[in-house]
Structure formats: C-alpha cells, structure tokens
Design a protein around this ligand. Structure first.
Ligand SMILES: [Zn+2]
Length: 265
C-alpha cells in the first residue's frame, strides 16, 4: 500500500504541519486511503479501481480539491495495460466511465474543447463501501477506530482537537494558536476522566486556569454570565457540549464493558 503514497507525507510529518486540504486532515486522508484499498478494490475491477486511485491522489493529495480538471490522456500514462503496452486513451476513458456509472466520480458538464472536470467522491461516501464497513464493524474489525485513542498526550491528536474546535477556546470562543492552546477534560481526570477526544475541548489559558475541576456546563454558563459570549454563542456551545458528553458517556460504558469481557476471558 505504501507504494502509492508519495514521500511527501513524510516531509509533512517532519515539518509538523499539514497540507491545506479542502476538508481532509492527514488522519482522514490515511483513513480514506485505507477504505479505498480495503473496500473499493473489492467493489471495482482493476482498471476502474486504478483510475480511481489516480484521481483520488490527484484531487486530495496533490490539489486539495474535490473537483479537478483532468485530461484523460494524461491519466495513467505511466501504466501498462494487461498486454504490456501503454494504456490507450480508450482504456482509460472506459475505466473512468465505469466510475461515473457507479456514481463514484461525477463528471461536470463541459463545452467541446474544454478540459473535463470531475468531482471525486471519497471512498467513505460511497454507499456500498459504507455497507462493507458496517459489516466489518459488526464482525468487530472496526476500521481505524480512534474513539478510544489518547488525544491528550499525542501531540498530533491534540492538534486534531484544536482543529475540531475551530482554533477557538470552547468556553469563551477566544482565538487560540497551536502553541498557546490548552486541552480541558470535560470530566476531570481526578474523577476518572479519560483522554478520549469526546472528553476533551480546546481552551484558552485563562479559562483553563479558572475552570480547574469545575463542571463544564456550569463553567460555560459562568462565562456566558460574564458577557464573554452572546446568547446564540452560548446556546451553540451548550449544544456541542451536550452531544460530546452524551457520546463520551456511551463510550465509557462500551469501554468498561470491553474491559469486563477481557477480565472474564
Ligand atoms: Zn477561554
């Protein structure tokens, strides 16, 4: 699988910064790539599958765009067909047409003489792939299950929380930077709070030191009462908080059930 990933990914990791994708983080990219090789490869014949990889790489890895202009004559020019000859334009076109027929790639209308534009859907957006993921997860082979990962101590994962919270303090919405943000445990660590992403929010220095082990909902209300948030902002944050807490509680339950099962074995 690594042979498809250009060495750029290492460069970016070393630089500690991610390329500017329209919507994909490095982790999402890796996950989507995994979905493509695991599931899409089962769904498609070799030719359309390879065409998809080329388009996917071009869209999300090179251009950071969902809709890209592609000259089919340039696609797959380094690939050989089954009989060892360079792929003909016709072969490439048929592969891409298969993708269009399966709604994996959408062709946007173009006038004669214009370069064609294609919208490249992500593997996880394809219904058949979702069904396969569902089946696998029911079998317990969950794909890249990050729900129980430690987002507190892993520097890369800390940044994912920062990104999720839009580079703002969750409580007062003040802007924070990657070198000035704190992570706050919704359920404090002293009460057994986990380092799951659903138990962590981004926080500014001031909120982090003021909140301490206080209840997150109470603290958010305090911040609102101090006029640091508008009513709308408060309601939005409160809603976000509720859904994080809800998800976190169900994860904790799942986690302790799994532990219990392991102990019984
Ligand atoms: Zn704050």
């Amino acid at each position: 699988m690594t042979e498809y990933i250009p060495s750029k990914i290492l460069e970016w990791q070393e630089a500690g910064s991610e390329p500017e994708y329209q919507s994909l983080s490095l982790a999402d990219f890796a996950r989507e790539f995994d979905c493509a090789t695991r599931y899409l490869s089962r769904l498609l014949k070799v030719r359309p599958f390879v065409m998809y990889l080329l388009l996917f790489k071009r869209a999300y890895f090179e251009e950071g765009k969902r809709v890209i202009s592609v000259k089919l004559s340039e696609l797959g020019e380094n690939l050989l067909s089954d009989i060892g000859k360079p792929m003909s334009h016709d072969v490439v076109r048929r592969g891409v047409n298969d993708l269009i027929r399966f709604n994996i790639v959408m062709k946007t209308p173009s006038r004669p003489g214009q370069v064609n534009e294609y919208e490249i859907r992500l593997p996880s957006e394809i219904r058949e792939v979702q069904e396969m993921i569902q089946i696998d997860s029911e079998r317990g082979e969950d794909v890249a299950d990050t729900r129980f990962d430690d987002y507190y101590t892993d520097p890369q994962k800390r940044l994912e929380i920062l990104k999720r919270d839009g580079y703002k303090c969750f409580y007062c919405l003040r802007e924070v930077q990657r070198d000035t943000f704190y992570l706050d445990h919704l359920e404090p660590r002293t009460s057994g709070g986990q380092n799951f992403q659903t138990n962590l929010v981004c926080s500014c220095k001031s909120c982090n030191s003021k909140k301490n082990a206080a209840d997150a909902a109470t603290f958010l209300r305090d911040v609102y009462r101090q006029d640091l948030l508008t009513q709308d902002e408060f309601l939005v944050q409160k809603e976000k908080l509720n859904s994080l807490v809800e998800e976190y509680e169900s994860l904790k339950k799942e986690d302790s059930e799994q532990r219990l099962r392991r102990v019984r074995k």
